[in-house]
Structure formats: C-alpha cells, structure tokens
Design a protein around this ligand. Sequence first.
Ligand SMILES: [Zn+2]
Length: 482
Amino acid sequence: MVVRLEALINGTIYTSFSPLRKVSGLVIANGRVIYAGDSETARSIAEATGGKITDLQGKYVMPAFFDSHIHLDELGMSLEMVDLRGVKSIEELVERVKSGEGRIILGFGWDQDEIGRWPTREDLDNIDKPVFLYRKCFHVAVMNSKMIELLNLSKTKDFDENMGIVREKALEEARRIINERILTVEDYKRFIEKAQEHLIELGVLSVDFMSVGEKALKALFQLDRDGKLKINVFAYLNPELLEWLEEMNFGRFEGKKLRIWGVKLFADGSLGARTALLSETYSDDPSTSGELVSTKEELADIIERAKLLKLDVAVHAIGDGALDVVLDAFEETNFAGRVEHASVVRDDQLERIKELNVRLSVQPHFIISDWWVVKRVGEKRARLVYRFKTLSKYAPIGFSTDSPIEPADPWLTVEAAVKRGEGKVELFEYTREEKVSVEGALHYYTAGSAEVSLAGGLGKLEPGFVAEYIVLNSDPLLKFKD
Ligand SMILES: [Zn+2]
C-alpha cells in the first residue's frame, strides 16, 4: 500500500478548540492526522519518508466547518434560481427571467411595490418555458400558462388562475409537485453539486443533510458511487422513506462520503408563522400557542422503527411545548436523540435534556433574522430564546445554518453567536449573557457538530482524526474582537 504523506509546517494550527490546543506542525498520512506538534518534527517525518512539505508561512489552520443542519437540495436550487430582487419593472423582470437556465425556470425576490404592480401569467407567457417566481417572502408566487398547465393544481381560494398567482396552501401544493414530479434525479444531482461547491468555498466540508426525500437520496447514492461527493454528507431522511428502507432491510450505511444516518421528524412549526408550539400563548396573539404536528405516540413509533435500522433520529422542535413532547417521546423509547432548533427552552427542561443525553443542533443566525422574536414570546420569556451558552452546559451543541433559510457562510453564524445582534436586535437586551466566545463558537461549529452528529473522527486535527482543514490568513480567534 502506498502511503501518501504530507507535512504542514510553520503555521499556527488549531487542532482543537475545546480544549484549546495549537501546534506549528502537522503530518497527514492517507487523509488522517498522524502527528500534531512542532514544525521541526513534522518536517523530519516528511523528509524521512519522502513526503510533501507545505510551508504555511505563518498562516493559520483550523478544522473545516461542520454544518449540522442544512438542506443541500434546496440550497442548490436557490443558487440556481433567477434572482429578481431589486427588479423595478415588468420588462426588467421578464428580461431577467429569460436569462434563466434549465427546462423550467425558477426565480425569487420580486416585490410588486417596487415593480409598480403585480406581475401576471400573461406577462410571463412570451417566455418559452414553464416559469415559477416566488415573491420575496416565499409565501406567494406567480406562474405562466405553461407552468399552470404542468402543475394542474387543485382549485382553491389560494390559487388565482387568471393572474397565475398562488399563495400559502396552493403554493405548498405547487412546491410539492415541482419537487416530486417535475424535477428529476438529474436536477437533484446538479443542485447537490452546486450546493457542495458553494460550501467548499466557504470552508464547510461536512454537513447533516436534513429532510432528504426520494429523489435527493437517489442523487446522493449516484454522486457518491461516481466519486462526485467531495464533502461528508450525513443524510437524515424523511420518515416516508422509512417504509422503503424496512422492506429492503436497509439501514445505516457508509459509502465513500455519504452516510445514511438518520430520520428527520417535525414536532412543530415556526415562530415566524406562530406555529411553533409554546407552552403558553403567543404574546402578540393570545388566541394561539402554536401547533403540534406529530403526537408523542407518532414520534415514538418512528423512533422505535429507526432504532431497528440503527438510524439516528433528529426532531424539529422550536417551541418549549413541542420540546416537552419530544423529550417525552425520547424518554418513553429510551432513545438519546437529537433536537433541531430548540429555540425556546424553559429552565425546568434543562436537567431533562441532560438526563436524556439529548444532542442539540442550533442556528445562531436566527437571532439576526428573527429580529421580531421578542414581540412573539413577550419580555418575560425572551431570556429563554436562543440560549446557547446555557444549553451548552447541559448538552452537546452543534452549530448550523438551516441554509437556504439562513446564509451558509459560517462566519456570519459565528458572528451572530458571538455578538448576538448587539445594537441590531431587541433580543440582545434580554440575552446578552448567552453570548459565546469565538473559541466556543468554533468548537460548536467543528467538534461540537461532529458530536451532535455521532460523527467520530471529524471536527479536530488531533492524531487519528480526518485531516479536513481550512487555511486562513489571520487568526480566527481574533475575529470579531473590537
Ligand atoms: Zn431545516
């Protein structure tokens, strides 16, 4: 067997952020770190074995980022969509749409106030392909006649056929038909590869790909077989695919870069739409406390089935009411699962999280995007929102972006965790103690995510770990220091 050996010398190499450890030399053999220590030793190991020597010339090295909750297919799709933000007229909108590639054209970002009026199906009918354009809020879209024909949507009040406008429920239906019936496995392969290129540029080399559907799964298998997956992908599948796995008795799987790793479930909705389940009513709408979308029994049933296939289980729970139900389901099934988001967590839930060995994937950039959140939960509960520092004392924490919901750029997420929107968002005033250090943030975004994802060997550059690293011109620990 040929050993490919490489030494990195003369740098500042962070091998771990918790505990904090830095060295000046690293030796890598066949993709794994075999030595982390001083430059001279690293150089002599490489020289003795005829390995390659890379002089870092004072640059900084750290483990690559691990985004523990992302949607590769939707991220790739969003990167491919025609960007209609800032469009000022119908003519400009049509011009931009015409530049779109692919069999069907998807776009996003228009605003009727900026255009001067609502775009209509007729405006888009001289474009030769099916067209579907989200408004900037993603809750409304306009289509041309070719797309209307293709989708064959049910007639509801949310679908204005004359205008070619769909909203809410009809928009959900349209999205489902596009994703499941119109887009092909080839489309999904292209989306995943696009997302992957974007992430590599940003220094993200491992991800938990959440809510993987049938076509995305096929695309992942094909890309991995063909050696085209370049980042580590831990796939958490939609529960609909569980039955199919059971029929084939196919569970946990490790390919080259692809791992079939878990099932992703939903317990509630979002704070934005007031569908996240709170244990008390919303402060800006006392008529509701949100919605539970899976009962404890439904969650427990899927957890038991996943256990038989040796799969992990990740459950979306944003409100504290939903978290109660998820913790009950974990307790009943005696399963140490993971919770996605955990946006509102009461004090009395902290010990339970610890006792049940729950792992948490959180999204610090929500602090910036959910600038209205104090109005939703009220001043009294505000301190319970996105309380990362507190949570980290009770559970392993992994950082993530939920991209394309939030930008995939890890430095924006680190900044949000470190500064908590100081001077920008109201939540800061209630949660300033929840700021984490840059060191802490980088730990949660590397080894922390690996721990949450049960991904051994990733997230550090200590001997035995996979040598996936990024090179930086300046010290990452000094970023965001004023
Ligand atoms: Zn998500």
